[in-house]
Design a protein around this ligand. Sequence first.
Ligand code: GDP
Ligand code: MG
Length: 285
Amino acid sequence: MGIFSKFVAKLKGQSTADPLVWKVLEEELLAADLGPILTTEILKSAQGLKGDDALSSLTQILNSHLSAKPRALSDAGTVGVVLVVGVNGTGKTTSAAKLANLLKSSGSSVMLAAGDTFRAAAVDQLQTWGARIGVPVISGKDGAEPAAVAFDAVKQAVEMKADIVIIDTAGRLHTKVNLMTELTKIKRVIQKFIPEAPHEVMLVLDGSTGQNALEQAKQFTATTEVTALSITKLDGTAKGGVVLAIANQFKIPVKYIGVGEKIDDLIIFDKHEFVDSLFKGVTNS
Ligand code: GDP
Ligand code: MG
């Protein structure tokens, strides 16, 4: 069931002049994690809608809140460098592997870099994925500096003329200053090889954490230049509205969504498809 099913049911056979219709919509938007800002915006633009047109207009309004367009990585013209950032547990390592697999299947030569050197398990995790999908994983010795791993990875990617190198990172929020210093260091060393890198800084957010994901987006975008979003764990949550709330508030394109733990559970985000899914279960009868 899409998040707007109750609203649409309510709208049927009722006039949009009925304040109760809008009350239901407001409740559904908030329950779906669109957050108060976007909910108010949508309600405001939806108020003037009339009867039968209300549904298609609402679809248009939602689409317009997802207007930022992602840039293509293949435009890099050199080794494309993707830096994966985000808080621990959001799905960075899994998303890095899924993305490597996706790009490899579309014909790119891809490398992974195990930049989360703080936990041995994180390196193992990426290596396991790499072996499974047939993508080389560059890692350092125990206790290696993340920036040193990134340096090695980009160097090798350039030498091997790879198309894309995806750098996984650590995400310890409690040492935010260190984390940001680390990211700055990583960027500096890769720019030694490719001045315009990273071509993509992908922030991974756990969509099932709702407004918390919004807060993380706020913190990361304030301290590092994020160019794309990947929102994970949208399987098993009825709160997909957070995708809209984040895209709208930060004007950063949502590029991927994670819908499970398996390697092919990463979907290239399609805003029309996404908005349509919010109305799933709504029939015209
Ligand atoms: P990291 O700490 O940010 O690197 O997070 P991980 O990639 O290690 O993922 C943390 C947990 O979330 C793992 O158990 C993953 O399998 C799981 N996970 C990642 N993405 C998804 C997703 O889209 N859906 C679900 N259900 N689980 C996910
Ligand atoms: Mg990780």
